[in-house]
Every structure is written in C-alpha cells, then in structure tokens.
Design a protein around this ligand. Structure first.
Ligand SMILES: C[S@@+](CC[C@H](N)C(=O)[O-])C[C@H]1O[C@@H](n2cnc3c(N)ncnc32)[C@H](O)[C@@H]1O
Length: 312
C-alpha cells in the first residue's frame, strides 16, 4: 500500500466521520480521493470500522448464515479429502468459515483464513473459539498472499473480491498461484445481475467479469451461475468455480507443512515463537495480540533477530 501518511490520516478521519454519521465510508473515500476505484486503504478502514457487525448478524440470523455456509460447503466438498487445507480469503469475522468447516469432519480438514483488517481477525479469533473450530487466522492481503505456490488445496471467497473492482486479473492470478486443486469464487456476478443491480455494483466499484478474467488467465471454469440464496437482490451472489485440471503433487501430510511465504520476497517464512521469520532474507513479521501480521507492509528488516536471545 503506497500511501502518503498525511493523506492516510485525512482519509481515515473522513471515513470515521462518515461511518459515525451512518453514511457509507467507502463512498466517502471514493468521493474524496484521486482514484475512482476502491483503494486497499479505504477497503481496510471501512471493514475495520465495521468489526463486530458480522458476528452480531450471525447471532441474529443463524438460519440464514447456516444456509449460506451449507451452499458454500456443497461447492467445495467435491474437491476436499481428509488432510486437505482450505483457505477463506477475506475471511472477515469468520462467520462463514466457521459454518463451512462445521459441515465437514473438522478434525480432517485444516483451515486457514485471512483478512486485510486486524480488528476483524481479532473478532474472528473469538468467534472461531466460541464455535469450537480450529482455524489459523492472520492479517494478509489477497494481492500478495503470504503462502507458497500450491500450498492450499482449496481456496474460496465469500464476497471478498467484491470491493476490488478493476483488480480482477491480479486477484485471480494470486489465488490460482496458491491453490492446488480449486478456487471457488462466491461473489456478486455483475454479468448475471439485473440492470438495477449492475448500476449499484458499478457505483460501489465492485468486481466484474470474473469468469472471463479466469478464462483469459487460462483457467478452467467448471461452474458459473447465480446461487439460490443472497442477502441483497441488488448484490446477487453467484459462483465461479475454477478447477485446476492437473494439481501439483500433494505434500506428504506427515511432513511438517512449510507453506508460509514472505510476502515481500517470496522466500520461505517460519513461525518462531512471537514472530514469523524469513531466514534467507532476515525479514521478520510481528504478531499483534495473537494475530500474525503478514502483509508486505508489516515486514521488518531484522537480520540480527536473535541477538540477545538465549537459544535454550
Ligand atoms: C463483504 S466482507 C465478507 C467477509 C467474509 N468473507 C464473510 O463471508 O463474512 C469482505 C471482506 O473482504 C476483505 N477484503 C477486501 N479486500 C481484501 C484484500 N485485498 N485482502 C484481504 N482481505 C480483503 C474485507 O476486509 C472484508 O472483511
């Protein structure tokens, strides 16, 4: 995120004011910054301000959330087998991830989720604990995922590409890099939406052309349709299911998984107590109140990380 700090301060203050007044914080940022698309900074601030609202909604509408999670688990189930890893990108407060994982035999599936917002991941950690689900949650950016190529068997989204209009190619390319077997995009589908919905989606800077972008990148779309469930008819949810026809060989699950990757350099990253460390390049990523910070911006050049640390 290349952002002038004073500009960032101005945008955050304006968005907070808009949010407190009950206005759309993202719309404020779009109207008051130079680019017309949603920037990652404004997406981050807008969603961070809303932290807690998805859990409140899940408590208030358990039937809807259960039905939503059931639909997603039906889509990804055919691609999962015991010992597989599944990742929700833009996991928010893990209200979808927890429900999806509950649909499987949890002990056989290893689940991950990340979001650009720290506050949402913090709330997600509590929700996952309350839901008795085991999931590895961290802060990350979907355009620079801190995970190695083919390290996750199935990746899915649940309306997280949504605000990243204009960056569809970069987003899908990155998901295809990390996924071994399948990428399941559950997103609003502009091309299958009504004219009224398209107008609203365009105003909000939502993604478009997900199927054609995936195909342009040489991927095989095996399912493409609207779902029979959505919370807002002006934002109709659909699926673009991409299957990799020749998955890379699976790493032996008995071996220690080494899927973490430094988002700045692409070198291996290892968890070392209270940090994640990329030994080859001497870059450390901190953990803030139990939440790993794994965006490129969080990297600290720290070649002497072990100075003064007693190896015993
Ligand atoms: C509409 S919410 C959906 C949250 C969650 N997937 C669910 O089903 O409840 C979209 C989420 O995507 C996240 N997001 C958007 N752009 C992102 C990015 N570039 N990297 C990581 N997360 C992102 C937002 O922070 C937000 O939590």
């Amino acid at each position: 995120m290349k952002t002038d700090v004073h500009e960032l301060g101005r945008v955050i203050a304006g968005m907070r004011r808009a949010y407190e007044l009950g206005d759309n914080a993202m719309a404020w940022a779009r109207a008051n910054s130079t680019g017309k698309d949603n920037s990652i900074a404004s997406t981050l601030v807008a969603y961070d301000l809303q932290a807690g609202s998805y859990v409140a909604n899940a408590r208030a509408n358990p039937n809807y959330i259960n039905a939503w999670c059931e639909r997603i688990s039906e889509l990804i189930k055919p691609y999962l087998e015991a010992g597989d890893r599944v990742l929700e990108v833009g996991v928010g407060e893990a209200t979808t991830l927890a429900g999806v994982i509950k649909e499987f035999n949890c002990s056989e599936i290893i689940s991950f989720g990340f979001d650009v917002s720290w506050s949402r991941i913090k709330v997600a950690q509590q929700w996952v604990e309350e839901s008795a689900i085991d999931a590895r949650l961290f802060v990350g950016d979907l355009f620079c995922i801190p995970l190695a190529d083919n390290s996750i068997d199935v990746i899915y989204t649940s309306h997280s590409l949504e605000p990243n209009g204009g960056q569809e190619v970069a987003a899908i390319k990155e998901l295809l890099r990390v996924a071994r077997k399948a990428v399941v995009l559950v997103e609003p589908i502009y091309e299958l939406a009504s004219e009224l919905a398209q107008k609203r989606m365009a105003e909000h800077g939502y993604v478009r052309g997900l199927k054609s972008v995936a195909e342009l990148l040489g991927a095989k779309v095996v399912e493409y349709r609207l779902l029979d469930i959505c919370s807002n008819p002006l934002n109709p949810s659909g699926v673009v299911l991409i299957a990799k026809p020749h998955p890379a060989p699976k790493t032996d699950i008995k071996l220690v998984w080494s899927g973490w990757q430094c988002p700045l350099t692409g070198t291996p990253l290892a968890e070392q107590g209270d940090i994640f460390y990329a030994e080859q390049v001497g870059i450390a990523y901190p953990v803030l109140r139990g939440v790993p910070l794994l965006r490129a911006e969080h990297g600290v050049v720290a070649s002497q990380i072990n100075v003064g640390i007693n190896p015993n």
